[in-house]
Design a protein around this ligand. Structure first.
Ligand code: NAI
Ligand code: SAJ
Length: 457
């Protein structure tokens, strides 16, 4: 499957001195297989192909594999990625396949970056285990397995390592396992993978850490931060995520206080953040994606130690879609209208601007609450194909001809900046992202999360 170098070089077990490993990686003597070619896996596989010249990408979705092998980029919204992908496919540095077992056979480095989702508050490692099974089928002594999927603490040591030993012919100590988290965000993935931030690596043993350090020293333009073990590295990634969730919850709570106090919370936040000891986040209609809303459960559900703050933050953020709908009800009530009699447009189903992802998305939750209350709902999103049965999807331009009682902005896509608000007959606007200041002059009522009545006047 991989290009057959004169001799494959293993990174684990000291078969080549550290100095030689860099050269071997760049010479294509370290064949790499990446499992998962999604929003993060494809940019990662592309960069690994750039630096190793000998990378295979595995995905279970034949359409993804087909597109990649045609040199087409199935991941949207990533500046620069289509061109780099086309180049590494054309020169043979990257080949995609659905055949995980075969791709594992010829690799000496295996990088796993498949989804780790949460079902009913519990982390679901089914997909991770499936990818690890493919790795096990081709695992050889000297191989290195790097887990980049975000996982609960203890997964590399307690799940991945054990599964590899059970499902391969290798013993502990013959191969390496390291956790090497992706500190990457959609929309800037290529830049982030190449080294916007230091790369963290932590192995199940010192040799794994050193082997992973050798690999990522070649991949990142930034530093490689080694930590004591894989569990510490897993915690680094999750701590970053729960820090964000808790701080967004704080911002959301302060926003509701600001409305009672009649101030503009954004002015207060911006002013407070002007000194280095404060980093208040932004309040809004909710917290979406398959990362930030999920990561707290990687601690809540897997640790015995109580996590009341993480739980409370999740409840506060999960309540923001209902809070947003509640503001609409207030506005409709002032006109003697009930939600069940209203026609409402929800602007934004993606969880954040420009990203084609709706998991845990606030806009989706808001539309569902509106429908449950009997409202007629239309949805508008420039990047997401709305295929929910109960929400009629309309292009932005069709909004102007519609008889709408209200519009709710759930996600501030830049395309919404061009909406001519003057064409609407005095609708109620609920601004979930403080992004509609242009509309204030024309809409009858703009109700912004975090801005009180007095501050609006
Ligand atoms: N999306 C993001 O902003 C970030 C995600 N991450 C982490 O990266 C991991 C992947 O996330 P995304 O790339 O966003 O997911 P995604 O949902 O965009 O892509 C996942 C890809 O994996 C494929 N796949 C599923 N099972 C597979 C298997 N057994 N073998 C091979 N491929 C398989 C799917 O077909 C899909 O193409 C997750 O653990 C996430 O926590 C980390 C940092 C940022
Ligand atoms: C700690 C951190 O900043 N993590 C980043 C995060 O990226 P992600 O794509 O999930 O976007 P995000 O900006 O965190 O937004 C998540 C959700 O939270 C909302 N959000 C975000 C920031 C904020 O101040 N207020 C707020 O309401 C967004 O609207 C969105 O619905 O999660 C990524 C991940 O780990 O998957 C991670 O790589 C990214 O660096």
């Amino acid at each position: 499957m991989h290009q057959e170098p004169e001799s494959s070089v293993s990174l684990y077990g000291g078969s080549s001195p550290a100095a030689g490993q860099d050269t071997a990686i760049r010479a294509g003597q370290v064949p790499v297989t990446v499992y998962g070619l999604g929003k993060m896996g494809l940019p990662l596989a592309t960069v690994l192909a750039e630096v190793t010249g000998n990378t295979i990408g595995v995905d279970v979705d034949p359409s993804v594999v087909g597109a990649v092998n045609d040199g087409d980029c199935p991941v949207t919204g990533e500046p620069g990625l289509p061109d780099v992908l086309r180049t590494v496919v054309a020169d043979g540095s990257l080949v995609a396949t659905t055949e995980g077992d075969a791709a594992a056979d010829s690799a000496t480095v295996h990088v796993v970056i498949v989804p780790t989702l949460v079902e009913d508050g519990s982390p679901d490692l089914t997909t991770l285990r499936a990818a690890v099974s493919a790795v096990a089928s081709g695992l050889d002594p000297g191989d290195l397995v790097c887990i980049e999927s975000t996982v609960p603490p203890g997964t590399c040591d307690g799940v991945v390592l054990q599964q590899l030993i059970a499902e391969s012919d290798c013993e502990r100590g013959e191969f390496g396992v390291a956790f090497c988290p992706e500190r990457t965000a959609s929309g800037r993935a290529l830049r982030d993978v190449r080294g916007a931030y230091p790369k963290v690596v932590g192995g199940v043993d010192d040799e794994s850490t050193q082997a992973a350090e050798a690999l990522y020293d070649v991949v990142t333009d930034n530093e490689v931060h080694t930590v004591g073990d894989a569990t510490t590295a897993e915690c680094v990634k999750i701590f970053e995520g729960v820090y964000r969730d808790v701080n967004i919850a704080l911002a959301n709570e302060l926003a509701t206080l600001a409305e009672e106090l009649g101030i503009d919370v954004f002015e207060a936040i911006e002013t407070a953040n002007a000194q280095p000891y404060c980093d208040l986040h932004r309040p809004g209609s909710g917290v979406g994606g398959h990362c930030i809303p999920y990561y707290p459960y990687f601690l809540i559900d897997t640790c015995d130690t109580g996590t009341p703050l993480l739980r409370r933050a999740r409840r506060i953020n999960d309540a923001m879609p209902a809070y947003t709908v509640g503001k609409l009800c207030e506005g409709l009530g002032e006109r003697g209208l009930a939600l069940s009699d209203a026609t409402v447009a929800v602007l934004g189903f993606a969880y954040r601007p420009g990203v084609d992802e709706t998991r845990e998305s606030p806009g989706v939750a808001i539309a569902s609450l509106l429908r449950d209350a009997g409202a007629a709902v239309v949805g508008v999103d420039p990047v997401v194909d709305l295929d929910t049965a109960d929400v009629r999807s309309v292009p932005i331009e069709d909004l102007t001809g519609m008889d709408l009682d209200a519009l709710i902005l759930a996600t501030a896509h830049e395309e919404f900046d061009d909406i001519d608000w003057s064409v609407f007959e005095s609708p109620i606007l609920v601004d979930g992202r403080n992004a509609l200041d242009d509309a204030a002059g024309v809409a009858d009522a703009v109700m912004t999360i975090g801005i009180g009545e007095r501050a609006r006047d």
